[in-house]
Ligand binder design. Structure first.
Ligand SMILES: NC(=O)c1ccc[n+]([C@@H]2O[C@H](COP(=O)([O-])OP(=O)(O)OC[C@H]3O[C@@H](n4cnc5c(N)ncnc54)[C@H](OP(=O)(O)O)[C@@H]3O)[C@@H](O)[C@H]2O)c1
Length: 318
């Protein structure tokens, strides 16, 4: 199935591959040769989109070296910069105290890069100053350090305010939302708050945390830190695994591939960002492209009853 591709979709101003690889707890859990091989294979398997973040702040004060290791592996891989899409990350935990420019320059330097194609502005606990935020991101765009931007798990009111602010000032607003989305967590990606922005094309959707940190890929609780459990529903999600595994078996794929196909069948999803720490995982996950191409509607139907976050708010407030 390795030659199956899916027509590429737009993530804002970028045309992107349907699969994307996360950097959180991935490159730092591989040996260097495996990381090089993973990057090369990702380009072959429609996954040449890499999320590159410096995990050093707020809930992510982990001082991880994963971004540095990614940069080293990318250079060793010989993969041309033009063949891949690179997505950076800005944190709001200590902003504006720590400026976006300082964060981005440090992040680029650590990975040995000169520019990100796009970036994600992360979530927050304190209300962000949206007009200043939009201006600060646009200053980075004007400087050529990044091409565009998206938001990560923002409350809908702030996302709309950023879009309005950008439109009023002739600036670039967010063009995509990276949201938690998968078989069990659907509230924000499919709910009424973000829905109109996806259906009218204002925002593209990047699905992330799709396996709930691995739980819906293996049925096991990962030992490493995984994403936040919005709504406190993780136990309920873990309990769904046997049914996910059964349905995956019916389609002849792994639970992970089924989870990705589920997301790709959503019309607004430009790509699916997942973590993989072994090439075999990436290869299995690539089977999602063939599955969704042939059985997208059937996959959605088979999984219809497995939403675990029906009572979780869809507007990003929690
Ligand atoms: N928007 C958000 O709220 C949010 C939250 C968390 C993360 N993120 C972003 O999304 C990216 C991915 O998140 P994540 O890696 O934490 O979670 P994830 O993608 O849900 O889970 C990744 C883990 O699933 C396991 N896995 C993947 N494919 C598999 C396969 N075919 N078979 C068996 N196991 C498989 C691997 O576990 P092992 O490596 O242990 O084998 C892998 O590390 C991050 O890098 C980050 O950029 C966003």
């Amino acid at each position: 199935m390795t030659d199956v591709t899916r027509p590429r979709r737009s993530l804002g101003e970028l045309v992107v591959p349907p699969l994307a690889l996360g950097s959180w707890n991935t490159w730092d859990r591989m040996d260097p040769d495996a990381a090089v091989a993973m990057i090369r294979r990702a380009v072959e398997l429609d996954a040449g989109f890499f999320d590159v973040a410096y995990y050093n702040m707020g809930p992510h004060a982990e001082n991880s070296r994963t971004d540095i290791l990614f940069g080293e592996a990318l250079r060793a891989s010989g993969v041309a910069r033009s063949e891949i899409v690179l997505c950076g990350k800005l944190w709001l935990w200590d902003w504006p105290n720590q400026s976006f420019r300082a964060q981005l320059v440090e992040s680029l330097e650590r990975a040995g890069l000169d520019r990100f194609d796009t970036l994600v502005v992360g979530d927050y606990m304190a209300e962000p100053d949206v007009p200043r935020l939009v201006a600060d991101v646009n200053a980075l765009i004007d400087e050529g350090l990044v091409g565009g931007w998206g938001i990560n798990n923002w409350r809908i009111g702030h996302t709309r305010a950023a879009l309005e602010e950008a439109a009023a000032r002739g600036l670039q607003g967010p063009s995509f939302a990276q949201l938690k989305y998968g078989i069990a967590r659907r509230a924000m990606a499919e709910g009424a708050a973000y829905g109109p922005l996806f259906s009218d094309g204002t925002l593209a959707l990047q699905a992330s945390d799709v396996f709930e940190g691995g739980i819906l890929a293996t049925g096991l609780e990962p030992q490493r830190k995984i994403g936040a459990d919005v709504g406190g529903i993780r136990e309920r999600i873990a309990a769904l695994y046997p049914e996910v595994e059964r349905i995956a078996g019916e389609f002849g794929v792994t639970p992970a591939a089924l989870g990705i196909a589920f997301c790709l069948a959503h019309p607004a999803v430009a790509n699916v960002l997942f973590g993989a720490s072994r090439i075999s995982q990436l290869e299995q996950n690539h089977a999602a492209l063939a599955l969704v191409a042939e059985y997208g509607a059937e996959v959605r139907e088979a999984l219809a009853g497995l939403q675990a976050d029906v009572e979780v708010r869809d507007d990003g407030a929690w």
